[in-house]
Design a protein around this ligand. Structure first.
Ligand code: ATP
Length: 320
């Protein structure tokens, strides 16, 4: 490859900028021309593509969001859209594309590779729901945002001996709830991967208060249901408890990325460029036990990420 492009797609995540910076600077270092695509696949179809130099990614390593902006694009789901996108890249002489995004964005990259473009996917999503990588870019920051919010809630909840229900992101993957729950000492963690019984949740809470706890935190991944619904079910079983619900929403996707996410993004961005130079294509880049790995996109998108039951049980053991 001689000319490569980079785009960010789907929901944004903290650290996407650090990944873009790494792609641009590594690409230039290795003698490639590097282009940015504005607004994901939509920008590709609009030919919104511009050359990037060293300075174009200055002062972004610490910023949340994505300077390339993101979008969802229906047209790109069609074969005609994919052919058009590939032709636009070919017309500019661009033969490699690095896509930073989630599962859906990976599928788009896979389709482009079928049209003859060399592609690499980087896991940019806070949900940590991508298989063949231990961490996605943004996950660590999102967990920190949740833990920080729970610290604040704890202060006021213990003053009033109340329980707090915190709804966090994660439609199919409970990793944010799990990791933030462990880090903040939540008594109950409700995730889509583990079945639960509301009677047991309420009983556990009663026991905790009876044993002298002054507050109780229930963390609910959005894939399980709404925090308000969990509160209503709880009150039916434990009427003297007056839980307060906090929905953290999009603040989980914002803020300055942690050092972990910046370093992960830097390593993965550089790795993706080197993979393209080595002639690889249609791969998703990830990190497993500290090692950088590239796995076929098809394998990645068709494999559900396993849930860490050991960590889940640990969180419950430690929060008695
Ligand atoms: P997240 O889930 O973190 O928001 P994502 O990358 O999974 O990120 P999606 O909205 O699913 O987000 O996908 C982003 C874009 O990728 C879509 O708008 C579409 O343009 C493209 N895309 C998704 N699925 C496909 C597919 N099967 N074929 C081609 N393109 C796709």
């Amino acid at each position: 490859v001689k000319k490569i492009a980079v785009l960010t797609s789907g929901g944004d995540s903290q650290g996407m900028n650090a990944a873009v910076r790494a792609v641009v600077r590594s690409g230039l270092y290795f003698g490639l021309e590097v282009y940015g695509v504005q607004r994901g696949y939509q920008g590709l179809l609009n030919n919104d593509i511009f050359p990037m130099d060293l300075r174009s990614v200055g002062d972004i390593i610490h910023r949340g969001g994505t300077v390339l902006q993101s979008a969802r694009c229906k047209e790109f789901r069609t074969l005609e859209g994919q052919q058009k996108g590939a032709q636009i890249l070919r017309d500019r002489g661009i033969d490699g594309l690095i896509v930073i995004g989630g599962d859906g964005s990976y599928q788009g990259a896979n389709k482009l590779s079928q049209q003859g473009i060399n592609t690499m996917g980087l896991p940019g999503t806070i949900d940590n729901d991508i298989s063949f990588t231990d961490h996605t870019i943004g996950f660590d920051t999102a967990v920190s945002v949740v833990v920080d919010a729970i610290n604040k809630l704890r202060d006021t909840m213990s003053s009033h001996e109340r329980s707090s229900i915190v709804e966090v992101m994660g439609r199919h993957c409970g990793d944010i709830a799990l990791h933030a729950g462990l880090a903040s000492g939540a008594e109950t963690i409700l995730v889509p991967e583990v079945e639960f019984n509301m009677d047991e949740v309420a009983e556990r809470m009663k026991q905790n208060f009876a044993h002298g706890k002054r507050h109780s935190i229930i963390i609910v991944a959005e894939g399980v249901g709404k925090g308000e619904d969990v509160a209503a079910e709880l009150v039916k079983r434990f009427p003297t408890n007056d839980p307060r619900v906090t929905v953290l929403g999009h603040i989980q996707r914002g803020g300055t990325p942690t050092a972990f996410d910046r370093n992960l993004a830097s390593r993965l961005g550089d790795f993706a460029v080197r993979q393209l130079i080595e002639g690889q294509s249609d791969k998703a880049c990830g990190i497993i036990k500290g090692e950088l790995v590239a796995t076929d996109i098809n394998t990645v998108v068709s494999t559900k990420k396993p849930f860490n039951m050991d960590l889940y049980e640990l969180a419950l053991r430690l929060s008695q």
